[in-house]
Design a protein around this ligand. Structure first.
Ligand SMILES: Cc1cc2nc3c(=O)[nH]c(=O)nc-3n(C[C@H](O)[C@H](O)[C@H](O)COP(=O)(O)OP(=O)(O)OC[C@H]3O[C@@H](n4cnc5c(N)ncnc54)[C@H](O)[C@@H]3O)c2cc1C
Length: 492
């Protein structure tokens, strides 16, 4: 049969009702997937991540075949070669796709003469974000979020925010509760496709990640019924006996298309409208989806392809050994969190921001090396989401284009928000001496090293001013040198 169109589906557009597949015709279109060798090898990709991405794509391709589509699932050295290979078999067909989610893949497809439709895997068309961004003095997420609430008419009552406020964070951000029973995370069983992919990758996949639309929907329903009501209060807490707490654990699925953000918002609003969810949890969660997620994607395109190379703080330390082995540190928080990443390629927002990125920031780790590590080790890491989150939010490498101040914190924050410090060899209250918490020492050392740079930042005034109260600054500088040397050796 000769086909008039080849529709290319990247591994992050796996939804039947969105993207180029939405209007596909069984009689005249060929559906093309490319599993590239470059995606699988050449970097230290976490096997859970590869397993999840590949198995999800193969399941989706299988569903389309079952529906009666002509599907080509090509394995090739690169995406470009795979597309060229498939096009040789359908020389008369034209190539079509939704706009891609990264600068690089978009450029590859453009060079191949692809015709595009809009990327509708987000709630905010790129022009709408551009219009907002180009009218702002600074890019405050909170301002964007309020615009989104109005534009999408979510949690609004007659033009006013539901509950009388835009944000209920005063009620949220609680430390871990005492004697609390966290619900168990059950995970998913494995089918033939999963087992085949795991075998090819030569590893045993954990039950953590869903690889089908039905299972991803199940996870969304489970979150809405079991966790959503409690999401807000404990969203920033870090505990030892639960890795998922009350988080939704759906980022991989919204990022690869198994779920669409509209479905997630609809489910959340419906539960709230039924009176089942307190406003602080409803608003807090909806802000993540219509605010943060959309803002990060908008900023990725707005800030451009060179943004990933920013290094405003001139941070040059090579990646610390502890990032690649949880055994290379005595710090309980980092060891537990890196060990969680090793197990399932995921930890929630606060360990990413306030422990891993914070450590990279205050040790002066090279932002690009840290970015590459995060890209490789997380199941939900796509280029568009990792780059602004790491470069802008995590390590302040963009000089404050996205966030007006760095998220630098000492051991006191980790001690308040987590259960890690109790069993740790280091004391979060101490900044000098052998038992001093490396976070506490390096937090002050970071402020000291960068005080001139932050002198004009009024949001940093209090923190920088705090340095004046330190009577032991010379001793602290010495301890910081020891700590950095120890971290470089993987011995702290
Ligand atoms: C340094 C750093 C790196 C990050 N890297 C990624 C990444 O590679 N992929 C990724 O999806 N998220 C990333 N995030 C954002 C956030 O940490 C994860 O989306 C979240 O932890 C996923 O868990 P969840 O699905 O349970 O989220 P929940 O806490 O339940 O939140 C719901 C959803 O909101 C969205 N969301 C919330 N915050 C953000 C944000 N800052 N950026 C984008 N989406 C957001 C996600 O889709 C998430 O699934 C990163 C954050 C930081 C600080």
């Amino acid at each position: 049969m000769s086909h008039s169109r080849t529709l290319y589906i990247p591994f992050d557009h796996l939804h039947r009702d969105y993207g180029i597949i939405r209007d596909a015709k069984k009689s005249s279109d060929v559906i093309l997937f490319v599993e590239s060798e470059r995606m699988r090898t050449g970097r230290n990709w976490h096997p859970e991540r590869l397993f999840f991405l590949i198995s999800s794509a193969r399941h989706f391709a299988e569903d389309l075949r079952d529906e009666g589509f002509t599907v080509e699932y090509v394995k090739a050295p690169t995406t470009e070669k795979g597309i060229l290979q498939a096009r040789k078999r359908h020389p008369k067909s034209s190539l079509h796709a939704s706009r891609q989610s990264s600068f690089r893949l978009q450029a590859t497809l453009e060079a191949l003469g692809c015709e595009f439709i809009e990327n509708d895997f987000f709630l905010t068309p790129r022009e709408v974000f551009e219009e907002w961004a180009s009218s702002q003095k600074n890019y405050l997420m909170e301002n964007f979020y309020r615009e989104q609430r109005r534009r999408l008419n979510i949690l609004m009552d007659n033009g006013k925010p539901t509950g009388g406020a835009w944000n209920f964070d005063k009620e949220n951000r609680l430390p871990p509760p005492k004697n609390y029973k966290w619900p168990e995370y059950k995970g998913f069983s494995r089918d033939e496709i999963d087992l085949e992919v795991a075998q090819e990758l030569a590893f045993e996949a954990s039950p953590t990640w869903a690889t089908t639309r039905a299972a991803a929907l199940h996870q969304l329903k489970h979150f809405i019924s079991r966790h959503f009501a409690h999401f807000g209060p404990y969203e920033d807490a870090m505990v030892l006996d639960s890795w998922s707490l009350h988080h939704s654990v759906i980022s991989p699925y919204i990022n690869n298309g198994l779920l669409h953000p509209q479905e997630v918002v609809d489910a959340a609003v419906k539960a709230f409208d039924m009176g089942k969810i307190p406003i602080e949890s409803a608003e807090g969660f909806i802000r993540q989806i219509i605010g943060w997620r959309e803002y990060i994607n908008g900023m990725y395109w707005h800030l451009g392809s060179e943004y990933r190379n920013e290094n405003h703080l001139k941070a040059s330390r090579p990646l610390l050994p502890l990032f690649n082995s949880s055994q290379k540190t005595e710090m309980n928080c980092v060891r537990s969190i890196v060990s969680d990443v090793e197990k399932r390629a995921w930890v929630h927002h606060i360990p990413r921001l306030m422990v891993l990125s914070n450590l990279a920031l205050i040790t002066g780790t090279n932002p690009q090396q840290f970015l590459e590590w995060m890209r490789e080790r997380f199941v939900d890491a796509s280029e568009w989401v990792m780059v602004p989150n790491v470069i802008g939010m995590g390590v302040h490498a963009d000089g404050g284009q996205m966030m007006s101040k760095p998220y630098a914190a000492g051991g006191a924050y980790i001690s308040r928000m987590s259960e890690y410090c109790r069993g740790c060899s280091y004391n979060p209250k101490l900044r000098v001496g052998d038992d001093a918490c490396p976070f506490t020492t390096l937090y002050w050392d970071f402020l000291d090293r960068n005080k001139e740079l932050f002198a004009k930042n009024h949001r940093m005034f209090q923190q920088i001013n705090g340095l004046k109260r330190l009577s032991d600054l010379p001793e602290l500088r010495e301890r910081a040198k020891e700590v950095l040397a120890g971290l470089d050796m993987g011995e702290i």
